[in-house]
Design a binder for this molecule. Structure first.
Ligand code: GCO
Ligand code: MG
Length: 414
């Protein structure tokens, strides 16, 4: 038995996704996700032009060997494009192996370590009234954890906050933009940013949230890489009274040592890693216990094989998972995260941003959501099947993540 075909499907059912389909000589189909938001075609080309032909004839059961073959065999190490491509192959092979055995993937990873997966929702509002209404909506739906993002006085558009959503309206979070008329984007939109205004405003919002929603609701916040280490330390310290589950991406993560400075000043738990792509990006952060949660997605970090090793490494240092789960991870990538979440001991929380109806008609999932928790389901494999015909009716349309500028025009981290 061996791999017969490996095809890349680029489609936009609701948003852009890159999907790998591997079929074995026995006709077993495995699915993998290689979606890299705003850089989709690079990952697709890597797979189609440099990986697919090397897979044909390989033994589909040799998952670790295939991972090492693609990682070491490329000579060029790491990087989001390479690691997303390897991730897609890895997921598809795990999907195939579990399907051949007729078991859900989490059984191959050690079996369930818990019954259900706590997730967090995304509440935002330009002002406190809108934010409070959004949080209330999630609490009423049964969520026990909510990420809080707020508009900042003086800024037109802020990460994670809809400029147009009316209070109470579900915010369809999608940071990647097409052109205004829905056609392909030719360049990113530009947003503005002012860290002092943000630092002055955010603690007052958390004070109100705690006052209104009480001590039990788990609260999270995403700093989205915008603060310097000392600014991040100040925010982390000023948020201590409001008992956050985490402050995410407080400062750009490529400077791992910078997290020492934040740690020296605050006990607010820290999460980072959604833009990382290998265990080495975490080496200092984990061994020095500078973070509390690992934020990678299997899609961007070399798949299930690499993610399991990363989380086992983190476990030794008492660091837990908080895997990235935005809509730009496809339902296949999301399912991979859920099976890992269920199996590992050091699960923390899972990000959950529900996909659009069209996305979910195209990717038929067997994972389910109920009152603040996700369940991976017991279908064999990952439990997600792509409707290729429906996907084919929604062609890829270029969309880019925004670029940020300070008020004087300087390019800043988005
Ligand atoms: C999150 C992330 C996302 C990213 C997006 C980029 O915490 O979920 O920050 O919102 O911005 O995934 O593609
Ligand atoms: Mg984030």
């Amino acid at each position: 038995m061996s791999i017969s075909t490996a095809d890349v499907i680029i489609a936009s059912p609701g948003r852009n996704f890159v999907t790998l389909k591997i079929v074995t000589s026995d006709g077993v189909v495995g699915w993998g996700d290689a979606t890299l938001n705003g850089r989709e075609l690079a990952a697709a080309s890597y797979l189609r032009d440099h990986v697919a032909s090397t897979l044909i004839g390989r033994d589909e059961d040799r998952i670790e060997d295939t991972w090492q073959y693609l990682y070491r065999g490329a000579y060029w190490r790491r990087g989001p494009v390479t690691m997303a491509a390897i991730a897609a192959v890895d997921m598809a092979l795990w999907d195939i192996k579990a399907k051949k055995l007729g078991i859900p993937l989490y059984q191959l990873l050690g079996g369930a370590s818990r019954d259900k997966l706590r997730v967090y929702a995304h509440a935002s509002g330009n002002d406190y009234a809108a934010l409070s209404q959004a949080i209330r909506g999630y609490v009423d739906e049964g969520y026990t954890a909510v990420r809080i993002q707020t508009g900042v006085p003086g800024l037109d558009s802020v990460y994670g906050v809809s400029a147009t959503a009316k209070p109470g309206e579900k915010y369809d979070y999608e940071p990647a933009h097409r052109a205004a008329d829905g056609s392909a984007a030719t360049r990113p939109v530009e947003e503005d940013w002012d860290t002092p205004a943000y630092l002055r405003h955010v603690p007052s919002i958390f004070e109100k949230v705690r006052e209104e929603f009480g001590p039990e609701l788990r609260l999270l916040h995403d700093g989205h890489h915008r603060m310097s280490p000392i600014e991040a330390a100040r925010l982390a310290k000023s948020l201590e009274p409001y008992d956050l589950l985490w402050l995410e991406d407080a400062t750009p993560g490529e400077d791992q040592e910078a997290f020492r400075l934040i740690r020296q000043h605050s006990t607010t738990p820290l999460a980072t890693g959604e833009v990382f792509n290998s265990v080495y990006d975490y080496q200092t952060l984990i061994t020095e216990r500078l973070i509390d949660y690992v934020r990678s997605a299997p899609t961007h970090t070399g798949g299930i094989t690499a993610m399991k090793k990363l989380l086992d490494f983190a476990d030794i240092y008492g660091i837990r998972s908080g895997l990235h789960g935005p809509t730009d991870v496809s339902p296949i990538g999301m399912a991979a995260a859920l099976h890992i979440d269920l199996a590992i001991h050091n699960f923390g929380i899972q990000e959950y941003m529900p996909h659009s109806d069209l996305t979910l008609e195209t990717f038929r999932t067997s994972y389910t959501f109920n009152r603040g928790f996700l369940y991976p389901g017991d279908n064999p494999g990952l439990g997600v099947e792509l409707d290729e015909e429906l996907a084919g009716r929604h062609p890829y349309t270029a969309a880019y993540l925004p670029v940020n500028r300070l008020l004087d025009g300087t390019v800043h981290d988005w």
